[in-house]
Design a protein around this ligand. Structure first.
Ligand code: ATP
Ligand code: MG
Length: 420
């Protein structure tokens, strides 16, 4: 690749101050620099600092190889089978990630065994310019150079940042085939930053949407959870639905108007500072489909409801290898909403009112009732019932447990009992 001259903003031409950079990250940058290596802040942190936002983490790019980095830091560990990285550990479990600049290898450099391609491609070291070009979006490929506090731009990212425009580096048709997760990331960053999407990104997503189903489920799950963490799940998943990407993203999930509206309510909750557990996001995604499959008016017992809940969420949980505990909680939320929607007066109500899951179930039902106002009177009734139950038996309700059964002690020397 021909090296291009980058656009460079000197310290007085940009707003990034060292005071905004994590002090441990600064230590690592300075030490690399003092030993003669290039030391850049890279990726999301430069983008966020230029936008006046607080970065989630500070990553470093350098021309030192991982083993050269390790020699400089006692607290350094090399990690990553797929992507070799140096982790510098600091107190409080803080990790500063240092990656050696990478480049895309030429076709004739690839190993003969196609199975080894992916690993090989991730680990070919290159120059800073090459490293910028292998990144996903122009705004994610800016560097901050500790040597002179300048910002370095090889890909026109500064202009796109200024124009609030998300643009893929290179041709999206090619870059999405290389890594289909970039399609989801494009929608995610545009929503997160309120940037507009280049037209060719939307067209390329339309063309290559089915490829997302071939991406590693663990990566897709991580990016999807990021949508919930950022409070943009409703917006982005609706966009995925319109683009036909949604079923390829979520193991065949078709999406419903009501499901998306519920996600928007959950996003509002996230914006007000509440963490959304994954079980709640799964239950919200599938609530409408679940309720369609077992309407509260149907003559159906709780065992059948449990089977329905399993049928609905199991393909999702299997596909994304979701832990049994999360799956169990999601299922309990669905069944709980069914019980609330069915109304009061059924068998087992007293125990249900003692369930430790009830507050979470009521919360999901509350969000649902905002989407379906006809549920509001039922919500009120159940809230009252829960309140009455707590005030009548505060201890039991607080612990959420049934009183322990009295155990009868087995006599040590009962007749016929052989000590083992
Ligand atoms: P966040 O604030 O969510 O951490 P980020 O931009 O730092 O945003 P990361 O997922 O942490 O995003 O990735 C760090 C950087 O690695 C990105 O800024 C981008 O330059 C590069 N990157 C990440 N994923 C890809 C990808 N799939 N293809 C190419 N480059 C990527
Ligand atoms: Mg990051």
């Amino acid at each position: 690749m021909k090296e291009k001259n980058p656009v460079i903003l000197s310290r007085d031409q940009h707003p990034i101050s060292r005071k905004q950079i994590d002090p441990d990250c600064l230590k690592v940058l300075y030490r690399l620099h003092r030993h003669g290596y290039k030391a850049y802040l890279v990726g999301g942190s430069v983008r966020d600092l230029l936008l006046g936002r607080q970065p989630k983490d500070f990553d470093i790019g350098t021309d030192a190889t991982p083993s050269q980095v390790r020699k400089l830091f006692r607290n350094c560990f090399l990690v990553g089978r797929r992507f070799r990285l140096a982790h510098i550990r600091f107190s409080g479990n803080k990790i500063i990630e240092v990656a050696t600049f990478r480049r895309e290898p030429d076709a004739d450099e690839l190993p003969d065994d196609p199975d080894e391609h992916f690993h090989f491609v991730q680990n070919v070291f290159g120059t800073a310019c090459e490293d910028a070009h292998r990144r996903d979006f122009t705004i994610n490929a800016l560097f901050y150079n500790i040597a002179d506090f300048s910002v370095i731009d090889y890909v026109n990212g500064l202009e796109d940042l200024f124009n609030k425009q998300l643009r893929v580096i290179g041709d999206p048709l090619v870059r999405f085939v290389e890594d289909p997760v970039r399609m989801l990331r494009a929608l995610e960053f545009a929503a997160r930053l309120d940037f507009s999407l280049d037209d060719n990104i939307l067209q390329a997503i339309h063309t290559h949407k089915a490829l997302l189903a071939t991406a590693a489920p663990a990566r897709v799950r991580e990016e999807t959870m990021e949508l919930f963490r950022r409070g943009i799940a409703g917006r982005v998943l609706e966009q995925c639905r319109q683009l036909g990407l949604l079923p390829h993203l979520l193991a065949g999930y078709p999406g419903t108007d009501e499901g998306i509206a519920l996600l928007e309510k959950i996003d509002q909750r996230t914006h007000s500072g509440t963490d959304i557990p994954e079980s709640l996001s799964i239950a919200a995604l599938y609530l409408r489909l679940f309720m369609d499959s077992c309407p509260p008016t149907a003559d159906i017992n709780l065992t059948q409801v449990l089977h329905k809940a399993n049928e609905i969420i199991t393909p999702h949980c299997r596909y994304f290898s979701i832990a049994g505990g999360i799956r169990h909680d999601a299922r309990e939320l669905l069944i709980g909403c069914f019980r609330l929607a069915r109304g009061r007066g059924f068998r087992g109500e007293k125990r249900f009112l003692q369930s430790p899951q009830l507050p979470k179930i009521l919360e999901l039902f509350r969000l649902w009732s905002e989407v379906r106002p006809q549920l509001a009177p039922l919500l009120q009734e159940w809230r009252q019932a829960s309140h009455n139950h707590q005030t009548q038996s505060p201890k039991k309700a607080r612990s959420g447990q049934r009183p322990a059964r009295r155990r009868t002690r087995r006599k040590k020397s009962a007749p016929g009992h052989k000590p083992s």
